[in-house]
Design a protein around this ligand. Structure first.
Ligand code: ACO
Length: 427
């Protein structure tokens, strides 16, 4: 928060609470969450502006490269994504696993790991990320270098310090995770995975590959906004897990696997699925008050509310709520869920929420949006992952520029000097 100067002198002092509350893991230019003001900023841009004017492709480029792409940069980035969205070898390997028996997040993690294989194949084609292409030359702009070799023109804007190969893996991860999610959705419904369509945007491809139906422009735009909203969020648990793994100089795929694992939990990304279960459990608007009072009596946490950093309304929930309202107009069943959600929000915010500064978070309305788009509950957290992968990748690139392995300490509160007991005499 602003109490820290722009440039930190390490080591710094800060007050740390349980769950590393208040701890500073690193410096970052990628994203800023101001919890008291309800701000979310990516690389200097307000999330409201990015949602209004930008696309997930632009935002992913922004997060990784630190600036919005110009026309030709965006064009070449989109070409790269299209190329990496098409991962038949990874999908073939995925189909050899019992995906329909796995949780969707376990399958996503497996798929992200299998992408490494696709990457190995790619590396054989490219001597480096700006490298010499031996196949698929038509889809990539080429130039001939002074040695007469053909060279791809990707127009990456990487710093010289950046590893071009790492950036290339980031593009692969962003594009590929959506294809994997599409394949998981199809396989679990008993269908064969669908090939991505080059002419569709990232958001439209995701819906198409998951559901088999091309979205309407409104559906596409709303999914695009959801992807933008979830792409980064400061040093959240999954991003931290990702850079902890990257700091050991493990590779990007293991790092992203760690992010997916952390995101799975109901205190993090898994909360969006829990919200839908809560709305189903409440059943009708008339039951909201009684359900709320009972949950308070039992001391239960209500999914979709509260946040470690936000002590004001989460701006992402502020953006998602009207989108949910717009979508449910054509879905009577979802309209009722939306009304239950609104009534629950009133109870929480006007009840204990006011005193404890507990408001809806990003997960509260996202489930209603996804359900209205025809997506089943078990895919909400994987969609979150398919978006957050941009932030994870950007943080890995940034952190590795000044890498130092993470190695905090635990305060030992155990005993000393105990005498070793043979097994026969133990209680
Ligand atoms: N329902 C009821 N009470 C809550 C809730 C909630 N959703 N969230 C916080 N509180 C209460 C706690 O019981 C605690 O009360 P106390 O002071 O009387 O003990 C107080 O508010 C502080 O809560 P903590 O759990 O200490 O806050 P922490 O920062 O550790 O946890 C978290 C934040 C995990 C998000 C928490 O608010 C929570 O469990 N929310 C529900 C799950 C959820 O929606 N997670 C998604 C978060 S957003 C994301 O990850 C994408």
């Amino acid at each position: 928060d602003p109490k820290f100067p722009d440039k930190l002198e390490w080591p710094i002092s800060c007050t740390i609470g349980p769950g590393l509350e208040g701890a500073i893991a690193c410096e970052t230019k990628i994203g800023y969450v101001n919890g008291s003001k309800g701000w979310l900023i990516y690389q200097g841009y307000d999330i409201f502006d990015l949602c209004a004017y930008s696309t997930f492709e632009e935002v992913s480029y922004l997060l990784i490269h630190g600036k919005l792409p110009n026309d030709s940069q965006l064009e070449s980035f989109k070409k790269k994504l299209a190329r990496y969205r098409d991962i038949p070898e990874t999908i073939r390997m995925l189909t050899s696993f019992p995906v329909e028996e796995m949780s969707t997040m376990a399958a996503l993690r497996l798929g992200s790991e299998l992408m490494r294989q696709n990457k190995v194949d790619e590396v054989e084609e490219l001597t480096d990320a700006y490298g010499y292409i031996s196949s698929d030359e038509d889809s990539i702009p080429m130039e001939t270098n002074p040695m007469g070799e053909k060279k791809a023109i990707y127009e990456f804007d990487t710093d010289s310090e950046d590893s071009a190969e790492l950036i290339d893996s980031c593009y692969q991860a962003i594009a590929g995770l959506s294809s994997i999610l599409g394949a998981i959705s199809r396989l679990r419904s008993g269908y064969l995975p669908l090939e991505p369509k080059d002419e569709l945007s990232h958001a439209a491809n995701l819906i198409y590959m998951m559901t088999g139906k091309e979205p309407t422009p409104l559906e596409e735009r709303i999914m695009d906004i959801c992807l933008i909203l979830h792409a980064d969020h400061g040093m959240n648990a999954s991003t931290f897990a990702t850079i902890v793994v990257a700091s050991t100089l493990s590779d990007l795929y293991f790092s992203i696997g760690a992010g997916i694992a952390a995101l799975n939990g109901p205190l993090h990304g898994g909360a969006n699925e829990e919200v839908v279960h809560t709305l189903n459990e409440i059943g009708s608007v008339d039951n909201v008050k009684a359900w709320y009072e009972q949950s308070r009596k039992e001391g239960r946490k209500i999914s979709g509310f509260g946040h470690r950093v936000y002590k004001a309304y989460d701006p992402r929930a502020r953006i998602l709520e009207p989108l949910a309202k717009l979508l449910v107009e054509n879905h009577p069943e979802m309209k009722e869920k939306y009304e239950i959600a609104q009534a629950l929000e009133d109870e929480v915010v006007n009840g204990f929420g006011k005193e404890k500064k507990i408001f809806p978070n990003v997960d509260f309305y996202s489930g209603i949006v996804y359900k209205s788009l025809g997506i089943q509950t078990e895919y909400y957290t994987p969609i979150f992952g398919a978006s957050r992968v941009s932030g994870w990748a950007a943080h890995v690139v940034e952190y590795l520029k000044k890498n130092r392995i993470f190695r905090p300490r635990g305060i030992y509160v155990g005993e000393y000097g105990k005498e070793y007991e043979p097994i026969e005499t133990r209680d």
